[in-house]
Design a binder for this molecule. Structure first.
Ligand code: SAM
Length: 252
């Protein structure tokens, strides 16, 4: 079963990287079915207007209801006609819920995601109110900073979701040990990794990784993951279930 993605934007070319690398290959293999639409196709005036001044005043412009409404209606109708089901609207916005690995896992289990990356000061609120009566709407932020538009957020979310789809990564195990992955290293950051050559500019690699001793290697990886998490993300340690730690962890 493939995942259908639709994205509506005034900069369709901004989403060209969806043809590259892992996401591009997933498309070529039919694991992802991506449809990028130009929002201006649903404007009917000479200037293809998608924005207007904000009610209540203030700086900036607001994206108008009509192009978004007409575009979403048509994209939904076309998708249903093509057999897509259970759409979810994914709305990038700095005022959304934080995008996390857990949310990526949740979205990767859905059959159809529709992205609405905005520009200017965002989209007239009534659009989301209207579609929330018809389908789940996820307002999602990729971090505590403000981008000029939501297209980069669509690339970020799509890449995180696509690599979780069955068969997309060459090695199905390879996201098991990732930072934030659930499991033995639950909620910890991943520690350092090494490859050949064994010595580079006088720098060797930790002896334990050459020991062939799986137990000791696992212990070392966990120690490194803990140390890195304490250093960079103490908030993640604070959130961990105390039962997830053993005596050796506490010594680290
Ligand atoms: N006035 C809005 C606010 O402060 O919430 C910011 C609008 S921003 C200039 C324009 C668009 O970029 C947003 O509507 C959204 O689509 C996207 N965007 C900006 N920052 C984002 C973030 N951290 N996560 C997701 N999307 C973001």
């Amino acid at each position: 079963p493939s995942l259908r993605l639709d994205a509506l934007t005034i900069f369709p070319e901004y989403l060209d990287p969806l043809h590259v690398s892992l996401v591009g290959k997933a498309r070529a293999r039919g694991q992802l079915d991506v449809h990028v639409h130009d929002l201006r196709d649903w404007t009917y005036d000479r200037h293809n207007t998608v924005d207007d001044t904000p009610y209540g005043g203030g700086p900036g412009m607001v994206m108008k209801t009509e192009p978004w409404g007409d575009a979403l209606d048509e994209v939904l109708a076309d998708g249903y006609e093509a057999g897509a089901r259970e759409p979810v609207l994914v709305v990038p916005t700095p005022s959304g819920r934080p995008f996390t690995q857990q949310l990526a896992v949740e979205l990767s289990a859905r059959p159809w995601l529709i992205f609405t990356p905005a520009r200017y000061e965002g989209i007239d609120r009534r659009v989301m109110e209207e579609y929330a009566t018809r389908l789940p709407v996820y307002e999602v932020s990729i971090g505590d900073y403000v981008l000029a538009g939501g297209e980069a957020a669509v690339l970020v979310i799509t890449e995180a979701v696509a690599r979780l789809l069955p068969g997309v990564l060459g090695n199905a195990e390879s996201h098991r040990d990732d930072s934030f992955a659930p499991g033995a290293m639950a909620d910890l950051l991943e520690g350092p990794v090494y490859t050949k050559p064994p010595s580079w500019r006088g720098r060797g690699i930790p002896d334990v990784l050459l020991s062939g001793h799986h137990g000791r290697i696992a212990r070392w990886r966990r120690d490194e993951a803990l140390a890195r998490t304490v250093a960079h993300r103490p908030d993640l340690i604070a959130r961990c279930d105390p039962a997830a730690f053993d005596k050796k962890d506490r010594e680290t």
